[in-house]
Design a protein around this ligand. Structure first.
Ligand SMILES: C[S@@+](CC[C@H](N)C(=O)[O-])C[C@H]1O[C@@H](n2cnc3c(N)ncnc32)[C@H](O)[C@@H]1O
Length: 279
């Protein structure tokens, strides 16, 4: 949906979001800005203005978010088809786009179970598009904040068996968790909740690729958007994988993570991505 009426007709509704403030379409939100960059229609004037401000600072952003989406699909395919994972906890899901996690996972193994988590009301309004699991698999959607792990872990247990391996997916979301919200503790608590043989798939916006343009992009975005972006260096992103065994090729620009073609590998991005296994 485009324009300034609310996608899903939920303006001011409290719905499953409970007592949270109704969302404000005059301020850019990452889910909708991301949708704009991906060519979607679920964005408002404020999201497009923030999206354009970032494009003016870093014209590569559109290719970058597409490369990240392709990384998501390759990582999920690897986890389901090669690593034998059947359970996924995808936090910071975003507005449904091509190759949502359950579609890729269930194409590889029909019994995959996927729990989606996001805190954006527009993503919630589209949750039904994510709940189209084929039997014998399952999908669920949790309207929650990544910083509220008690809620996420309790509600995810409706669908996921935490005594068996789970792939925790944090794709293009950790740059929206600033340092004072303790991002490393969040990731390690999540990985403590899953057993050996589980995986972490994570990508995050880089501060040390196209450094000057990315710094200006962050300044512009942060002036206009609801969330504050915290871009991170390779070393800072690698720290999310502490204690895990990085699978080949390690933590790399997302397009270099097991690209399927020369064309994919040659795309540019300003995002680090990797997949790690809990021993
Ligand atoms: C840049 S989008 C990435 C979407 C998708 N993972 C992808 O890579 O295509 C970031 C998503 O994370 C969500 N998000 C940001 N901060 C969050 C938080 N604290 N809790 C839950 N979701 C959050 C946003 O609403 C948005 O949908």
């Amino acid at each position: 949906m485009s324009g300034d009426t609310e996608p899903g007709g939920r303006q001011g509704a409290d719905g499953p979001g409970g007592d949270r403030d109704p969302f404000d379409t005059s301020v850019a939100h990452s889910a909708r800005v991301h949708d704009y960059w991906l060519g979607g229609k679920d964005n408002y004037a404020a999201d497009r203005a923030a999206g354009d401000a970032v494009i003016a600072a870093y014209p590569g952003i559109v290719k970058s978010v597409r490369a990240n989406r392709a990384f998501l699909a390759r990582a999920v395919h690897f986890l389901a088809a090669e690593a034998g994972i059947r359970q996924f906890l995808d936090i910071g899901t975003g507005i449904p786009a091509a190759n949502n996690t359950h579609e890729v996972a269930q194409a590889a193994a029909r019994d995959c179970r996927v729990v989606y988590v996001d805190y954006d009301p527009v993503v919630l309004a589209h949750a039904r598009a994510l709940l189209t699991s084929s039997a014998p698999g399952a999908t669920d959607y949790i309207d929650a904040d990544l910083r509220d792990l008690d809620t996420i872990l309790a509600e995810a247990a409706r669908t996921l068996d935490f005594s068996r391996p789970v792939a925790v997916m944090l794709i293009a979301v950790m740059h929206l968790i600033i340092d004072q919200d303790r991002p490393y503790e969040i990731v390690s608590r999540l990985m403590d909740a899953v057993p050996a043989g589980s995986y972490l798939a994570l990508s995050q916006v880089a501060s040390d690729i196209e450094a000057e343009q990315m710094a200006e992009a962050a300044r512009r975005y942060n002036r206009l958007a609801h969330e504050t972006q915290r871009h991170r260096t390779h070393a800072e992103v690698a720290r999310f994988f502490d204690g895990l065994e990085l699978v080949e090729p390690g933590l790399v620009p997302v397009q270099e993570w097991r690209p399927r073609s020369e064309v994919e590998a040659r795309t540019r991005s300003a995002m680090w991505g990797g997949v790690g296994r809990k021993r």
